[in-house]
Design a protein around this ligand. Structure first.
Ligand code: DX5
Ligand code: ZN
Length: 215
């Protein structure tokens, strides 16, 4: 079964408790939290005060995606949330191998994200330590953008790389996921689908999560 990680970025922040209650009842596998710093990406989202409140109210494991420079500075704070995954961008880490080990030493699963233009070779030498590879299928910074088609080829290639390396890392895709792109991503080898606007903009978000999980 495909894992689904709804992205809180598209939730209604004025009614966050209602949306978190929906997530708790939905059967979602993870809750995706997009942290933006206005430097690594051209937007700012939310930080620890909001994530601490979310962590208290949410019974679904947290999938924290840091779109920030120097993400290693925040490893202990993300661990204190009780997060399952902490994902950092390869483009933001000079010492990526060290950062991934720090995340694991802090008791979390380590994820590496790649922007659409970043080649898969950026993760080739950390496949033994990464638990999750996140391929961005839009340029990060905003929800509701159009899916970049080249991602399908990238997933196919990454699946081969992981299989050849004997890696158990899961492939997560983030950006422009809907029923159509989701089905094609899963066919290409994706394990985890992040979906923001498709889930929170749906008339029935719980049914939409179930639809993606069944792909
Ligand atoms: C984009 C974020 C995504 C975003 C996805 O920078 O990393 O997680 O919320 O939103 P949709 O699913 O609407 O493209
Ligand atoms: Zn994300």
């Amino acid at each position: 079964m495909t894992q689904v990680s709804p992205s809180l970025l598209s939730a209604d922040f004025g009614r966050l408790n209602d949306d978190l209650e929906m997530i708790n009842r939905s059967g979602a596998d993870l809750l995706h939290l997009d942290v933006m710093d206005g430097v690594f990406v051209p937007n700012i989202s939310f930080g620890f005060p909001v994530m601490e409140a979310v962590a208290k109210a949410c019974r679904v494991p947290l999938d924290v995606h840091l779109m920030i420079v120097e993400p290693q500075k925040f490893t202990a704070q993300v661990a204190a949330l009780g997060a399952k995954y902490m994902t950092v961008h390869a483009e933001a880490c000079i010492h990526l191998d060290r950062v991934l080990h720090q995340i694991k030493d802090a008791g979390m699963q380590a994820g590496v994200a790649l922007n659409p233009a970043t080649p898969l070779s950026a993760v080739e030498n950390v496949l033994d330590v990464a638990d999750l590879i996140l391929l961005m299928s839009v340029n990060p910074g905003f929800g509701g953008q159009k899916f970049i088609e080249n991602t399908i080829n990238k997933v196919t290639k990454l699946r081969c790389m992981l299989d050849e390396a004997g890696s158990k890392a899961v492939i997560e895709i983030d950006g422009g996921v809907n029923g159509d792109t989701g089905a094609r991503l899963v066919a290409a080898g994706a394990d985890v689908l992040v979906a923001g606007s498709y889930v929170f903009g749906a008339s029935d978000p719980i049914a939409t999560i179930a639809q993606l999980r069944a792909l």
